[in-house]
Design a protein around this ligand. Structure first.
Ligand code: NAP
Length: 327
């Protein structure tokens, strides 16, 4: 796979990474988990050059990092650029969004919490350092400079090589930069969630900061997999999201339909078009599509070779806004 770097100073990575969240968390929770297949998918990603492997301590909680740790045991660790996150506390957020917006959920950005948490992540991941340690959310009750100072201490202690932010404003990035360099920003960006294009992505590009779009396939919707809310398992987290509600989802099918049309023209799949559009947004944009399915992984890897024409990109730029907020 083509490679890039995590911003101007960070490590080399394949231009498309792998998000591991759905392997143990958030989606399809009633389906029996097939750990062997998930581990095979992580190995397949490394074989294909999708080296950025993204997880978080809150996914599970903890089971996702443990799974990634088992996948990286036995000589795989050095092939991966391991990225994890800290700062969302799962225990008190049973009724809130388990993967995203700060909303009513519990955040913990206290320096002592961050310093203690990385040791648990390293133990679960079976490694003595992570390549990228990300602050999952800014805790409104803790000055960002203090949380970021603790993130910087994990670098000084040799426990993290680089540190990144998630779901932040350009202003918050600037405040963090005054304390320690910001290697990456991970926020939602996809054909149906474009807020980051206004200020955050341009600022990252100007500053040589990598941008890691999460949910780059619109949580699977942009691939055309779901034509009704009934296609989602009963306890799937997406059932709670505004865009997946019955009427909104019906209206949003027009977006997935246009993506499918362009995919047919381009000789690609809808997932590949969604990812190729993201790659076209800049040289240090590294989407992290999530999958636990070998054939989807291969499909997503293929997006690195899809070249969309100017006309196709323009048509994708002009897609209508979706119905329903993202959270
Ligand atoms: N920083 C944050 O706050 C935050 C929030 C959310 C997510 N994330 C990160 O971003 C990663 C990706 O986001 P996401 O998992 O929410 O959404 P996503 O990547 O947009 O979509 C994942 C869904 O798409 C399906 N899928 C993947 N590739 C496909 C393909 N080629 N064809 C058809 N369906 C396909 C997956 O199916 P299967 O699972 O059935 O294979 C899964 O249901 C996560 O794993 C996590 O690491 C971060």
């Amino acid at each position: 796979m083509r490679t890039t770097t995590l911003g101007s100073e960070g490590p080399g990575v394949g231009v498309i990474g792998l998000g591991c969240m759905g392997m143990t968390f958030s989606y399809d929770m009633e389906t029996p988990r097939d750990e062997a297949t998930s581990i095979a998918v992580i190995h397949q990603a490394l074989d294909l050059g999708m080296t950025l492997i993204d997880t978080a301590d809150v996914y599970g909680p903890h089971t996702n990092e443990e799974l990634v740790g088992r996948a990286l045991a036995g000589g795989q660790r050095d092939r991966a650029v391991v990225a994890t996150k800290v700062g969302i506390v799962r225990d008190s957020v049973e009724t809130a969004d388990p993967s995203g917006s700060a909303g009513d959920r519990a955040l913990d950005g206290r320096p002592e919490y961050i310093r203690a948490s990385i040791d648990g992540s390293l133990r679960r991941l079976g490694t003595d350092h992570v390549d990228l340690y990300q602050l999952h959310r800014v805790d409104p009750q803790v000055p960002l400079e203090e949380s970021w100072g603790a993130m910087a201490q994990t670098v000084a202690a040799g426990k993290a090589r680089y540190i990144g932010l998630s779901e932040v404003t350009a202003d918050e990035i600037k405040r963090a930069q005054a304390v320690h360099p910001v290697t990456s920003v991970q926020s939602e960006l996809s054909l149906w969630t474009r807020d980051a294009l206004t200020a955050v992505l341009p600022y990252c590009q100007e500053q040589g900061i990598a941008f890691l779009p999460f949910s780059p396939l619109g949580r699977g919707f942009l691939t055309g997999r779901f034509s009704s809310v009934d296609d989602l398992p009963q306890d799937d987290f997406r059932r709670a999201l505004p865009r997946f509600q019955r009427d909104a989802l019906q209206a949003n099918l027009a977006i997935a339909g246009r993506v499918r049309d362009i995919a047919e023209q381009a000789g690609a799949t809808p997932a590949q078009v969604a990812l190729a559009w993201l790659l076209a947004q800049g040289p240090h944009v590294v989407p992290i599509p999530g999958t636990k399915t070998p054939k989807y992984l291969a499909d997503n890897a293929g997006a690195a070779d899809v070249e969309l024409s100017h006309a196709q990109l323009a048509e994708l730029d002009a897609l209508p806004a979706p119905q329903g907020a993202r959270y």
